[in-house]
Ligand binder design. Structure first.
Ligand code: PFF
Length: 442
């Protein structure tokens, strides 16, 4: 059967940006930035995106487009059987992330429904009790199940009919909601204090703090959906004529803009309502507790803002979760010759089962996030930079030659991919593993 293709280049960019923009931008960015890094975290994060992630993003897309294969098969198709393990990493990582991502989506949906039908908690104690109720028992399983079901419906409709169609509608709505909310947040009493505390406060010692370094690497790779096979899968449905470097810059810019805009919403709220401690003591649930509490004190306006914010979060999340499901689905279709429906059914059932420990235990969810959503992605990024920079470098040139993209930009990307990304990512990986091991039991 002929492989599907995106209807348009814009469709691909929006789908890739839809994968990138997700709960990681709204929730991960806020909680990582509030762990004391402030502007140092932000600068580290931007540096990692520009210096190492951008070349790897193009490399991952090149691997997908030039092989026209799923993430499982692409590495061995490009460089032989010895590299098949790398393909497995690209299937295991999205399964690991997808499993707990659906749990987070369930919490988001629950909070949204609660804001619509019952209103918001009036103080932090009530909010904690509310969070306890959505993150345990049957409601967490129901939220996870419904989220996986919706994801499966979109993915089973295919690349054009499902993924491209959904992201084409969702991304503009998401941007509109973000801008409306950022403007509203700019009118709050704690706006400047919020921007300053989290985004502008500079302390140079934080620049060398291993936790901030790990946070910056993790946030950059997680937020860009990079190093995990997603961009391989999405780019495998691309035409030769798309100018990949330009499209990768588009995706990275959209993703970074959303992270910053989201920070401009969450931080003023957190400061204006005296919730700083609640967020920086940060467990994965901090935002689900502090944001509704802050908004709760604003009465009707707060409720409307909460409804908009959690709708935005859910839209962002589903355009990411479909990409997480597409990786195992396209791999099963290609390797096992299954139909899309069968692969979607098996892969989403697997995600549900793998997600059960995270659904039932917050601590496990946090650990899954650190390992799958952190270290494994950085490892994937490292392998990709070695693979396309050193093992099959001609593939990078040949593929980009075909699309006639800007020569200077290509030279810069190739140089960074070979000489800068591997050592810098290796450094980030080592710091992250050590820092993770040190904080494992805390
Ligand atoms: N990039 C998404 C986010 O920021 O929420 C999450 C994600 C999707 C991470 C896909 C990794 C991934 F492969």
């Amino acid at each position: 059967m002929a492989r599907e293709k995106w209807r348009s280049g814009l469709g691909f960019v929006l789908a890739a940006a839809g994968s990138a923009v997700g709960l990681g931008n709204l929730w991960g960015f806020a909680y990582r930035a509030s762990q004391g890094g402030g502007a140092a975290f932000l600068l580290l994060y931007l540096l990692v995106v520009l210096v190492v992630c951008l070349p790897v993003l193009v490399a991952e897309m090149v691997l997908g487009r030039s092989t026209g294969s799923s993430a499982l098969i692409a590495p061995e198709k490009a460089a032989g059987k010895n590299w098949s393990l790398m393909g497995w990493l690209f299937v295991i990582a999205p399964l690991g992330i997808g499993s707990y991502y659906a749990v987070l989506m369930g919490w988001t949906a629950d909070t949204l429904l609660h804001s619509i039908f019952f209103g918001l908690p009036s103080d932090i104690n009530e909010a904690e009790a509310f969070f306890g109720s959505i993150s345990s028992g049957s409601s967490v399983l129901l939220g996870q199940l419904v989220s996986l079901f919706l994801t499966a419906v979109v993915v089973s409709a295919g690349v054009r009919g499902g993924i491209e169609r959904l992201t084409k509608w969702c991304m503009p709505i998401l941007f509109a909601l973000l801008i409306i909310l950022a403007i509203w947040a700019a009118t709050l009493s704690g706006t400047w204090e919020g921007y300053r505390t989290f985004l502008l406060k500079w302390d140079s010692s934080q620049f060398f703090n291993p936790t901030n370094i790990r946070n910056a690497f993790t946030q950059a790779f997680f937020s860009l959906s990079l190093g995990i096979g997603i961009m391989i899968s999405y780019a495998s449905y691309l035409d030769r004529k798309n100018k990949l470097p330009k499209e990768a810059i588009g995706v990275a810019s959209l993703d970074t803009a959303v992270g910053l805009l989201a920070g401009m919403i969450t931080f003023p709220i957190v400061i204006s309502f005296g919730l700083k401690e609640a967020v920086s003591e940060s467990t994965v649930g901090a935002l689900f507790i502090s944001l509704p509490t802050g908004l709760g004190s604003l009465g009707f306006t707060g409720r409307i803002v909460a409804i908009l914010f959690f709708s935005l979060a859910y839209i962002a999340a589903i355009t990411s979760s479909i990409s997480l499901l597409e990786v195992p689905v396209s791999s099963m279709m290609e390797r096992l010759g299954w139909t899309r429906y069968k692969a979607v059914f098996v892969a989403s059932s697997l995600l549900f089962l793998l997600g059960l420990p995270s659904a039932l235990n917050l601590n496990i969810l946090g650990k899954m996030d650190s390992v799958f959503g952190g270290v494994l992605l950085i490892l994937g990024g490292f392998l990709l930079s070695i693979f396309l920079g050193w093992i099959v470098p001609s593939r990078f040139d040949q593929d980009l030659d075909g699309s006639n993209s800007n020569l200077r930009l290509r030279k810069y990307l190739k140089f960074m991919l070979r000489w800068v990304s591997p050592p810098v990512i290796a450094f980030g990986l080592i710091v992250s593993v050590i820092d993770l091991a040190k904080n494992w039991s805390s």
